[in-house]
Structures are given as C-alpha cells and as structure tokens.
Design a protein around this ligand. Structure first.
Ligand SMILES: [Zn+2]
Length: 492
C-alpha cells in the first residue's frame, strides 16, 4: 500500500435501508409489488390527501423486532413515529413518517469474521421504522421528468451502525452479514438491484493512533456491493489527498459516480435540511408487550453461524463446505432436503451431496443467473444421485453426466425415469477381469509410455487412467482401475 495512504485510518459507519417483505404498505392497504405499472399501487393515504388517516401495518413491527433481536438490540416497550418534513416532487405528502427520538431497537451489535479469522464486533446504534418516498424518473426523455408514487409508503427499516468499521473489507463483510440476516429472517429479499436494500456510508479519516474522529462526509444511496466498496475506497482516497495537500475536509453529502469511481459533493452543511421533526399526530404509540416479544423469539430461525457449526458436527463437513452452504438460507435448506433423502446416511454420502450442490448445482445457478428456489432439480433427486455414487453403482464422473441429463427434465416423474435409464447406461464396471483386459490392452498399445513410467515418470499413471476410462466410456470403477493398473505396471 502507498505509504502516505497507510498513515491514515478510515472511520466508517453504515446506514442500511431495507425494505420489509410485507404484502401491503406501512400505513395503508396498497400493494408493495415491485413490478406493477407506475402509479397503480396508490391511494389517498399514501399520497397524503388531507383528512386521510394512516394505520400501522403490524407485520412491519413484527419484522423489525425480529431484526432487533437478531442484532442483539434492546427493544423499546413504547416508541412513537415522527414527521420528517421536506419538499420533494416524489413526496406528495410533504413529509415522511419515520421514527426519530424513540427508535424501537437500540444498542445492539453484530460480529463479523475477518479474512485473518479475527472476530470483530460492530455496534448497532439503532434500528427504526420508516416509509419510503416515490421515485422521480429523469431519463425517460430529454425535456420532462416523470414521477412514480408506487414506492410511497413502502415499509423500510433503517439500521444504523456505530462508527466501528475501519476498512472497506469490514464494511463489505458487515453489509453482507446484515443482508444474510435479513434474508434468513425472511423479512427482506436481499435484492440490491431492485432497491430493496440500499446503503449510506459515513466516512472520515484520521492519522493512525489518533483518538479524535476526523470530519465525516456521507455518501448517499449506494445500491450494490461493488458500489459500496468502490465508493468507500474513492472517498477515503479523496479525503487523504485533500488533507495531504493542505486542505480540510468539510461535512458534505456526497454522491458516487460508478463510471469514474469518484465521489463529489451534492450539498454542504449550510444547505442541509432542517426537517422540523414533530410527533406524528395521526398514529398511536407502538407498544411491544413482553408476550409479543417472547412469541417472536420462539419463532426465530437458526442463524447462519449456528447452522454452520451444526452442519460441521451433524454432517462431518469441513468448515469451508459448511460455511459456503449456509451463506444462503435457501441453499442450505436445499442441501438438507438432499441429505434427508439419502438411503445411506454416512459421512461419505454427506460429502458427496456437499460436492454435488457446491459444484454442479452452484454452476448451473451461476450460468442461468437464477437462485436455488428457481432451480429445477428437486433436492431428493440429488439424494438418488449421491446414493448411486456412494454405493459404487456409478462413478463420480458418471454422476456429473447424470446430473446434466436430469437438467433437461421437466417434472419430478420425468427426472426419476431419466435417472433410472442414465444410471443403468452409465453403471460402473466393477468386474475385475473385464477391467483388467482393458488395462492390458492400453498398456500394450502404449509401450513407450510404459518404459518411461518404469524409468521413474510416475505421473504417467494419470495418462493410463485417462486412456482406460476413455476406452471403458467412463464406466470402469476407478478404484479397481488404479489397483489393476499398478499391479500390471509392476509385473510388465
Ligand atoms: Zn396507499
């Protein structure tokens, strides 16, 4: 790293806005559906017509308490909503309903594991409920802007961290784990591209060893993991460059240009809004009873860290496999369906399932850009493939071929019949005399290589195995091939 840059230490806090998965909006019955045509999910309440009354969606409160408990927060017994007043064309009400002085969740934390395996605790200052504003569309044509109010009133929670983050890596890990937790709780779909997760980053820099924080700047509306990392890097660099050239950082709201990878000021402190917060007069206080909290605690799912440890213990998987599988809740669910369908429940079979889902299934998800819920082969068909490998009926190579054949199946019944046919077509030859005749044939055909092997080029064993497998159309049992190959090479 540049010695000038490495003199400094960044101080970062993140504010994450997450859309809550509810059917209706925060304070009215309009749908939250993302793909609806513009201005079709609106009503007098979310458009703020005079005389209308908002009614709080109970699911929003339920969801935020779940997140609060997951992030080790205190849950406030009584909290209220406030009006945040400002004018913006996509906010027809002229104010946004949010929580200001009494956020429902406070004083939590989240532990992240760094690359060097060190566990770092990031404090959570608060999590509060609020509603989203609409969306202005400026690029539809040159001489007019359009506005879509569908997002007005869509329920959000805002998760505000303490300024405990000290690097881009930590920011990335923290955001990833927040996203993972939201998805595990099934309260957010984790889709940054559709805007259901957005992030603001507060950044300052100081010389290493200094206690005082530097002046911070806030980058607004980062909507992808890559943009969060790139924007933080760009802002750290901008501030260090400014300080090194004798300048002073002043508080600014920044915007990130993803193409040029630079940040620039959009408004300064002098122009900062005075939101004139006051308690929302149309909503009653939110009261969380001990009973309600208890019910939520009892319904919480197993969290990723706990699930990863359990997979290592229950299925004898190494940490890397277990961690990879449990990153995504639904991927881990899929693995468990596949494992539960196994005929032979032993370490070898678990490892085979782990290999198939991590390599073959993951490859298809990446190629087709789909998630595991959209994947066509049911988990219990994976159990059948794994059983076939562990019992020695087909080789690992053949199992990959079977997997590819099943990808073309349209229904479970069709896949089962495709599986049976492929399993018998590709079943392994374990008859020693049959395999030995192939081994002898290949050695006879390649006398030069045999001589080189005997001269010490032991790695040529792989060459012979390849030829033998080819000759047997991938059906020879590799274990027997190896044994017979070595036996014949010694005695030749
Ligand atoms: Zn509405």
């Amino acid at each position: 790293m540049d010695p000038v840059i490495s003199k400094y230490e960044p101080v970062i806090g993140l504010e994450i806005h997450a859309q809550m998965k509810t059917k209706s909006k925060a304070f009215c019955k309009c749908s939250t559906e993302f793909h609806s045509s513009p201005n079709s999910n609106v009503c007098p309440v979310c458009l703020g017509y005079p005389g209308t009354l908002p009614v709080l969606n109970e699911n929003l409160v339920d969801h935020i308490i779940r997140m609060g408990i997951a992030l080790n927060c205190s849950i406030r017994e009584v909290s209220i909503f406030a009006r945040k007043n400002y004018f913006y064309p996509d906010l027809s009400k002229g104010y946004q309903i949010t929580q200001f002085e009494t956020p429902i969740c406070t004083d939590g934390y989240l532990d992240i594991t760094l690359k060097n395996k060190e566990v770092k605790r990031i404090g959570i200052t608060r999590i509060h409920m609020e509603e989203d504003a609409g969306k202005s569309i400026h690029d539809f044509n040159d001489d007019e802007s359009l506005v879509d109010f569908n997002r007005c009133g869509v329920p959000l929670i805002e998760i505000v961290s303490e300024p405990d983050i000290r690097s881009t890596e930590e920011a990335f890990l923290y955001l990833s784990k927040i996203r993972q937790t939201l998805v595990y709780l099934e309260i957010n779909d984790g889709n940054m591209e559709e805007g259901s997760l957005r992030c603001d980053a507060n950044i300052s820099v100081r010389l290493k060893g200094e206690k005082e924080f530097g002046t911070r700047c806030e980058i607004k509306n980062l909507n992808s993991f890559k943009n969060v990392s790139d924007a933080i890097d760009a802002e750290i660099f901008r501030q260090i460059k400014l300080i090194e050239s004798g300048g002073k950082v002043v508080f600014n709201t920044m915007t990130f240009n993803a193409k040029e990878k630079t940040t620039s000021a959009t408004r300064s402190k002098e122009e900062a809004h005075d939101y004139r917060y006051f308690p929302e007069p149309d909503l009653v206080k939110v009261t969380v009873t001990e009973d309600w909290k208890q019910k939520i605690i009892e319904s919480l799912p197993e969290f990723p860290d706990a699930r990863c440890s359990r997979f290592m213990k229950e299925y004898s998987l190494p940490f890397s496999d277990s961690d990879e599988i449990t990153q995504d809740k639904f991927f881990a669910d899929y693995f468990e369906v596949a494992v539960s369908g196994l005929k032979s429940k032993d370490e070898t079979s678990y490892r085979i399932v782990s290999n198939i889902v991590r390599a073959e299934v993951r490859r298809v998800l990446n190629e087709q850009k789909i998630n595991i819920k959209e994947f066509n082969i049911p988990g219990k068909i994976i159990s059948m493939i794994a059983d076939s490998v562990s019992s020695g009926k087909v080789s690992v190579t053949a199992s990959k071929e079977i997997f590819n054949i099943l990808l073309k199946g349209n229904s479970e019944e069709e896949m089962i019949s495709l599986f049976k046919k492929a399993e018998s077509d590709l079943s392994q030859i374990s008859d020693s005399s049959e395999i030995e005749s192939v081994v002898i044939k290949i050695l006879d055909e390649n006398p030069k290589e045999v001589q080189r092997y005997k001269g010490g080029e032991k790695k040529l064993a792989g060459f012979f195995v390849g030829k033998i497998m080819q000759e047997s159309h991938g059906k020879a049992n590799p274990k027997i091939v190896n044994e017979l190959l070595l036996k014949n090479l010694e005695t030749e």
